[in-house]
Design a protein around this ligand. Structure first.
Ligand SMILES: [Zn+2]
Ligand SMILES: [Zn+2]
Length: 142
């Protein structure tokens, strides 16, 4: 089974993730633009498949979808590693750019395209969602 690793800028937080993502997406919601200056590239994994070493801080706020979303980041360097919804604890999104090999996961869809700035380069080869697609079902073993 595929195992990927990654971490924050300063090295205080490292992680491993096993298996393939459920879906991988570039999110253009306004919150993602504020944390990254751009869209964020995210891979959705079952929470149980991610192992973190080090300590993450978090900040919880309502997302454009209306869900309360927590974002987890290194308290030392501020690098965002994970996001997740309290309503859907079985899944976490991993920020693809924090992987040691960020080419290991290819984004499949742009979401919240309706919030993207007019200079955003949206790959026409990817699927496009104006807003938030339906959440995935919780894994049956979870
Ligand atoms: Zn760090
Ligand atoms: Zn977003």
């Amino acid at each position: 089974m595929q195992e990927l690793s990654g971490g924050c800028m300063c090295g205080a937080v490292r992680y491993k993730v096993v298996g393939a993502p459920v879906v991988s997406r570039i999110c253009w919601c306004r919150t993602c633009q504020k944390i990254s200056g751009n869209g964020t590239a995210n891979a959705l994994f079952p929470t149980a498949s991610i192992t973190i070493s080090g300590t993450l801080s978090s900040f919880t706020s309502p997302a454009d979808s209306g869900n309360e979303i927590s974002r987890y980041f290194c308290p030392t360097c501020g690098c965002h590693i994970l996001g997740g919804s309290a309503a859907n604890p079985h899944f976490r999104v991993l920020r693809i750019g924090t992987l040691d090999d960020p080419s290991a996961i290819q984004p499949q869809v742009n979401i919240w395209a309706s919030s993207a700035p007019n200079w955003a380069c949206l790959d026409p080869a990817l699927k496009l969602e104006a807003k938030q697609p339906s959440p995935p079902q919780a894994p049956s073993n979870g």
